[in-house]
Design a binder for this molecule. Structure first.
Ligand code: NAD
Length: 285
């Protein structure tokens, strides 16, 4: 944990470092999300954890969904509680429909409502296209796309029944648009999320439910552990990022906080790229 607000350089960011809690809170707008309840999937680490801390710092009650790493979820809830926020951890695998139903039902049971859904859970599996196994394909598509699809469905059913508006954010990736060789299933899942978001913005707009994607470039989180440990590969990536560094989870969380706020009430159907300029860096000369 550090109180330094200067964006860290990649070399100062070990791959498994926990979210910089102070950074996640630094720009929080007090009470902007007061009275709101948010579910964030895959929130025991990385970007999801920073989003949980940030939304709680803005007054939302947050549900930290996780699989497999209860200590990460518990730490996140503790950090939030220590600063006066409210968070609960619920273990729910987004690929399982019974877990999805339980996640939403439990959120309503504990908090009586749910206004915000952040579909953040994601996995990636690298391989040459011709070597991709069906099991790996299923895992990536099930977590990244099917999970977001059916959790969103469960979330909006309740909103529509109670005639309440809401906010949906999918953490997609620059790879909803940008080619990523060796990660074909990942790119397909994120491209699918892009069209799902666009469709849902149209279907759910009349219900006052907004849907947007946040598309990070390269962010220092556990998902990039092997990249961060490979100096040569890391340098090649940094050479392609106009801002010359990777992003932080807190920076992504700040964008999400705005998009789920009342202030963003007229924003729907869009992808918001946060990548230090990476996606624009293919140019002549
Ligand atoms: P991460 O590995 O820390 O986070 C992914 C989280 O998803 C983990 O907590 C994991 O436990 C959870 N998860 C996996 N399968 C799940 C399941 N079945 N049900 C519920 N949760 C599950 O990495 P991250 O970088 O914080 O990734 C968060 C999101 O950001 C992912 O969707 C990822 O694709 C996206 N993203 C990350 C980057 C980056 O550079 N870090 C760039 C673009 C997009």
């Amino acid at each position: 944990m550090t109180s330094d607000s200067t964006p860290p350089t990649p070399s100062s960011q070990p791959p498994n470092q926990p979210t910089d809690i102070n950074a996640a809170r630094k720009f929080a707008v007090p009470n902007r999300l007061a009275g709101k309840v948010a579910i964030i999937t895959g929130a025991s680490s990385g970007i999801g954890q920073a989003i949980g801390i940030r939304l709680a710092a803005e007054g939302a009650k947050v549900v930290i969904d996780y699989v497999g790493r209860p200590e990460g979820a518990d730490d996140t809830c503790q950090v939030i509680a220590q600063s006066g926020g409210t968070a609960i951890a619920i273990q729910a695998d987004v690929t399982r429909s019974e877990d999805i139903e339980r996640l939403v039902a439990e959120t309503y049971r504990r908090f009586g409502r749910c206004d915000i859904l952040v579909n953040n859970a994601g996995v990636e599996k690298g391989a040459d296209f011709w070597d991709v196994t069906e099991a790996d394909y299923d895992l990536v598509l099930n977590v990244n796309l099917k999970g977001a699809f059916f959790l969103t469905q469960a979330f909006v059913k309740r909103l529509i029944d109670s005639k309440q508006g809401g906010r949906i954010i999918n953490i997609s990736s620059v790879h909803e648009d940008m080619v990523f060789p060796h990660f074909d299933s990942y790119s397909a899942s994120k491209g699918g999320l892009r069209m799902l978001m666009r469709n849902l913005a149209v279907s759910l707009g009349p219900h006052n439910i907004t849907v947007n994607n946040v598309a990070p470039g390269a962010i220092v989180t556990p998902i990039n552990k092997s990249l961060l440990e490979n100096k040569q590969q890391l340098q090649a990536l940094l050479n392609n990022i106009p801002l010359g560094r990777m992003g932080t989870s807190s920076e992504v969380a700040g964008l999400v906080a705005y998009l789920v706020s009342e202030e963003a009430g007229y924003v729907t159907g869009s992808t918001f790229i946060i990548d230090g300029g990476l996606i624009r860096n293919c140019h002549e000369q």
